[in-house]
Design a protein around this ligand. Structure first.
Ligand SMILES: [Mg+2]
Length: 259
């Protein structure tokens, strides 16, 4: 039984936008906020490469952002309490699916021993002479994230996607068997997702599924024949785990509806 976890990074694993944390360090947070707000509000219309990546580079270049700072600031980006445990979960292949910068996402992957071929992120380059940031050579947008997941999902019996934004993560979550959203939608909950209160819910889900499916034949192959071989108790745990998550989603949805 092979399970994959496809995780968005910005505000799913980290507390703030990664580039925002860098902007604070470079003392240009105000200018950064204007660019980020425009990107978040108009994500459907804006072209990532020409609007966001390039504008960030322009701003950071003005503030002489260097390669050595890219690395040292990475250690100070704040993550959620459950992020380290989630990234160290045994028995699952963890993927990072992010529009965030390689100078942070690669650091995170190295720290938690996530292989290089399991990360998707935007690539930024620094000048060889001055070491100052130069350009975004490979911008990753929501379509690139979806392509990355689509190419890899068939290797697994079960795929779990976790994101915080229907706009930025919805497309890649669509390729996953179970689609989890960490942040309630501001307007109304969207039926497609299971809303979760924190990343511990993902940890518990994976642990529950791993335990219930541990006795199933571990050879590679489609999920359905394996599910058919489950005992009654095994089914109970699978269905129970999924129901628990649906209940969490409904409870949050109801709460939002009252507001
Ligand atoms: Mg995000």
């Amino acid at each position: 039984m092979k399970i994959a976890l496809f995780l968005d990074v910005d505000k799913t694993l980290t507390r703030e936008f990664i580039q925002q944390e860098y902007a604070v360090k470079l003392a240009c947070e105000k200018e950064y906020k204007k660019i980020e707000d425009a990107f978040q509000q108009n994500a459907a219309q804006l072209d990532y490469s020409s609007t966001f990546g390039e504008k960030i580079v322009e701003l950071f270049k003005q503030n002489k952002f260097r390669r050595d700072q890219a690395r040292s600031f990475a250690t100070e980006v704040r993550v959620y309490d459950w992020t380290p445990q989630l990234l160290r979960l045994p028995g699952v292949d963890v993927y990072l699916v992010s529009s965030g910068p390689n100078y942070y996402v690669e650091y995170l992957a190295e720290k938690y021993n996530i292989p290089h071929d399991r990360i998707c992120c935007s690539i930024y380059e620094f000048d060889d002479q001055t070491a100052v940031i130069q350009k975004c050579t490979f911008p990753v947008d929501k379509f690139e994230k979806a392509k990355f997941v689509a190419k890899r999902k068939d290797k697994y019996d079960l795929t779990i996607g976790v994101g915080d934004s229907p706009e930025h993560d919805g497309l890649f979550l669509n390729h996953c068997t179970i689609q989890l959203m960490t942040r309630p939608s501001p307007d109304k909950p969207i039926r497609d997702y299971i809303y979760i209160p924190d990343l511990n819910s993902v940890i518990r889900l994976v642990e529950g599924l791993s335990q219930s499916l541990v006795s199933v034949d571990v050879e590679q192959g489609p999920l359905w024949p394996k599910l058919r071989t489950l005992t009654f108790a095994g089914w109970g745990i699978v269905v129970g785990t999924l129901l628990a998550f649906l209940t969490i989603g409904l409870a949050i949805g109801e709460e939002l509806g009252k507001r």
